[in-house]
Design a protein around this ligand. Structure first.
Ligand code: ARG
Ligand code: ASP
Length: 714
């Protein structure tokens, strides 16, 4: 292309947009909305891909080789027989579920040597998005800004329901409709959900989880965070429930895998399903999050983790039981700490305030609706009000739902009791199996004495920190320890056989028994307070804030020279960047590529986070890396400047030619505030180098069957 022509254009754009640059903070693009400018911008960064190469519902494109993995992660198709790469931490539940003491696939890894050896995973599914279309006019048909909130919501729902009936689709497809830009736009997705997904391969945790919680959210990183699955389909290649008759899915589009190698500055694309970002919050909301909400959540989890850690250190059985729970709780605990620090360090709140000043100015100059000028005062008023209910809601959810099994059971029992009271016997009967499937897992990998300790820790904190208004009927000076001793020995909530048996009985018997259970009667007051006070207070304000946020977003769109990219909402997006290091602090520079050498530097024999399999050490010593690396160094992970978030795990990292070069799995510590404020200077995504993945499959696991199945470009 003609290089000189870009400068004048760039210059004009620059002058026009420099003050509004913050509005362009999200870098997550809807694949059906690639503009010519964007295509060009990517090409200037080195891409050779056209918009049609990335997404085109009428022909094969990258889009056809990417799936949402089991609702929460991303994965990519890497062979004509439906083979999937995703992260180890995304496949972990499945790997664990097939593991026994004798065949511990978490510890030793798992490699299927034939289709017959591939292991089915009931309940697991993957989703292809076949088509994306904007349906804003249809969804907002008849909807007025000044409508009562409930009327507005139900009209929108009615319009959506109608669309779900009328958008054409094949029999094996589904339609999903999602709000974008805080409800200013809507898109419909034609999807296919495949439900027979089998485990094909996984490295041992000492590779797939190397560095575990200590290295989580950190660079330099050395984790082989990948696992391998396969889609099975019916004989027409359509989705089907598991059946031994099913056959490997025939993929018309799959990724070729490049082992040509990467270097700093190389263009790449991340294509996947980012869960949630909030780039367009007002400054004061971000401030509230990092000054009030995050510290509370961090404190709760920190206390729970301290208890777990102490018990896990002294007891190997407990360590085994609680490793996964610990990792889950620690993951966001650590993220919130990084996020809070990152917001402060980047001055995100001040930058947002500066943007808001400019926003007001633009509304005036462009002579837009005067009511936009009131937005920040209205935000202030609402965020002041929601502070307590929001805190209370967090205390409740962290305590009763996320960090303790006994309390979680009380919550489920409460929900079932209410269901019976409100909807009657049939609803109870219809749902009791579902509740059984919620309650049963709270008894697996469970240590009652440890759970009792976290119960005491959590409820004591609750007593001290919960806004008084939301503690109605509960005395502040109850001795939680004494109660806990009684509850954990005598309550039916701590007796699996009895509790499950009780669910089978008729609902009257169920109610009678639990209403006579001391623990349940005590905890019910807390749960009542949540459903009767905290939740209604919270949601009535949340609705108002959402309405105002929609208006704010609408105004941002109006004053922005080009349409900003929408926040992540669990739908298909791509983002792009270059392989790039960063400066975490003054005088320190982090290089963007890590190597097997670094695994050996971190190696601590026998350690649960930093042990290394002997075979890997041997391969390292022999430098047996060919053909995946010829430099004598085996690359492991690399950094890039693409905007990603939770849900992007497992996303393909794609080079300028559309080939797979890595699998996304994390972000760096200094940039974890990117969900609220993405900063190109220090926000980086972390990927496993695909050459490391192939090296592990080939040299470490010696699985030639899989290597032959892949299309490797040298
Ligand atoms: N931080 C990454 C993500 O948010 C990886 C999480 C898995 N690892 C862990 N130690 N919990 O999901
Ligand atoms: N580790 C995250 C995930 O599981 C990715 C991220 O938050 O960057 O999706």
């Amino acid at each position: 292309m003609n290089k000189t022509s870009k400068y004048p254009l760039f210059f004009v754009l620059f002058i026009f947009t420099f003050k509004l640059v913050l509005a362009q903070n999200s870098r997550m693009i809807i694949p059906s909305e690639i503009s010519m400018n964007l295509e060009k911008e990517m090409q200037e960064m080195g891409s050779e891909l056209s918009a049609d190469d990335i997404y085109n519902p009428n022909m094969l494109s990258i889009n056809d080789a990417v799936i949402q993995f089991n609702g929460g992660c991303t994965g990519e198709i890497v062979s004509p027989k439906g083979l999937i790469f995703t992260n180890h931490h995304c496949g972990y539940g499945a790997i664990q579920s097939h593991s026994t003491f004798e065949n511990n696939y978490v510890k030793n890894g798992f490699w299927a040597n034939s289709f017959e050896e591939e292991l089915p995973n009931p309940g697991m599914y993957v989703t292809f998005v076949r088509k994306i279309q904007e349906v804003t006019n249809e969804v907002l048909n008849g909807v007025k800004d000044n409508m009562d909130e409930n009327i507005r919501k139900s009209l929108i729902q009615k319009n959506i329901n109608k669309l779900l009936q009328t958008i054409p689709k094949e029999e094996w497809q589904d339609i999903e409709i999602k709000a974008f830009y805080d409800g200013n736009k809507y898109y419909a997705f034609t999807v296919e959900n495949y439900k027979d997904i089998r485990l094909v391969g996984a490295p041992p945790a000492s590779i797939g989880k190397f560095g575990a919680d200590t290295d989580n959210w950190m660079w330099p990183r050395h984790t082989g965070d990948f696992s391998i699955f396969r889609i099975y389909a019916d004989k027409n290649n359509h989705p089907a429930e598991y059946s031994p008759e099913n056959v490997p899915y025939q993929a018309d589009k799959y990724f070729k895998i490049s082992i040509k190698g990467i270097k700093a500055g190389d263009f790449f694309l991340i294509y996947g399903f980012p869960g949630r970002t909030q780039e367009y919050l007002p400054a004061l909301a971000v401030q509230q999050k990092v000054e009030v909400i995050n510290p509370a959540r961090i404190e709760i989890r920190e206390r729970v983790l301290n208890v777990m850690d102490k018990w896990m250190k002294n007891n190997d059985t407990i360590k085994l039981q609680y490793t996964a729970k610990y990792a889950r709780i620690a993951n966001y605990w650590k993220k919130w700490i990084g996020e809070t620090q990152g917001i402060k360090k980047t001055g995100a709140v001040e930058k947002k305030k500066a943007f808001e000043k400019e926003f007001i100015q633009q509304i005036k100059t462009q002579n837009l609706d005067k009511s936009y000028l009131l937005i920040f005062d209205q935000f202030r008023n609402l965020y002041d009000q929601i502070k307590d209910p929001e805190l209370a809601r967090n205390y409740f959810i962290e305590t009763f739902y996320l960090n303790n099994d006994f309390l979680k059971r009380a919550l489920y029992v409460y929900q079932l009791e209410k269901l019976y009271e409100v909807e009657g016997k049939n609803a109870y009967k219809k749902n009791k199996e579902k509740f059984k499937s919620y309650i049963t897992p709270t008894f697996s990998n469970y240590n009652s004495a440890l759970d009792k300790k976290t119960f005491i820790t959590l409820l004591e904190l609750y007593q001290n920190k919960m806004p008084v208004k939301y503690m109605e009927g509960i005395s502040k000076d109850i001795n939680i320890k004494k109660l806990a001793n009684d509850f954990y020995s005598n309550s039916i909530l701590n007796n699996k056989t009895q509790l499950i048996k009780l669910l089978e009985k008729n609902p009257k018997k169920f109610i009678k028994t639990i209403e006579n259970d001391n623990a349940y009667v005590f905890l019910k007051k807390f749960i009542d307070n949540y459903y009767n006070k905290i939740s209604p207070d919270y949601y009535s304000l949340r609705d108002k804030i959402n309405r105002l946020q929609k208006k704010y977003m609408e105004a941002i769109i109006k004053i922005s020279p080009t349409l900003p990219y929408p926040d992540a909402n669990g739908t298909l997006r791509f983002s792009y960047g270059v392989v790039k290091g960063y400066e975490p602090r003054d005088a320190v520079y982090y290089y963007p590529i890590s190597h097997l050498k670094g695994v050996m530097e971190k190696y601590v024999p026998g350690d649960y986070e930093f042990d290394v399999p002997k075979k890997l050490i041997d391969l390292f010593k022999k430098k047996d890396f060919a053909p995946y690396s010829k430099t004598g160094q085996m690359p492991v992970n690399f950094l890039g400047s693409a905007h990603t978030t939770g849900g992007n795990s497992g996303s393909p990292a794609i080079n300028k030619e559309g080939e797979l070069i890595g699998i996304n799995f994390d972000r760096v510590w200094e940039g974890t505030m990117s969900d609220l404020y993405y900063d190109q200077k220090i926000s980086r995504n972390i990927m496993v180098d695909i050459r490391y993945v192939l090296f592990i499959i080939d040299k470490f696991a010696n699985n030639k069957r899989l290597i032959k199945e892949l299309n490797i470009i040298k």
